[in-house]
Design a binder for this molecule. Structure first.
Ligand SMILES: [Zn+2]
Length: 79
């Protein structure tokens, strides 16, 4: 059994940077055996169901897609 040092969801808002100072964790009830709550587990691993609803899912999906595209562009430019 893995013992996480922090109780509750360990998701850190994307605006927060642990390198710049203390961050605030989500702290919500986690999925059994996971470090994240239902919503953020989905955000982090992009699987499972989002309780918050489909609209939020789509928004996150779009953000992830945008990030992926940006990453691909960055990778292409570095070659
Ligand atoms: Zn959370």
């Amino acid at each position: 059994m893995i013992d996480y040092p922090i109780k509750g969801c360990q998701y850190i808002g994307k605006e927060q940077d642990p390198r710049k100072g203390p961050v605030t964790y989500c702290g919500a009830q986690t999925i059994t055996g996971k470090a994240y709550c239902g919503d953020h587990y989905w955000v982090v691993y992009k699987k499972g169901t989002a309780i918050a609803g489909r609209k939020k899912e789509k928004e996150i999906d779009r953000e992830i897609e945008d990030l992926k595209k940006q990453q691909e562009i960055d990778e292409m430019e570095s070659y």
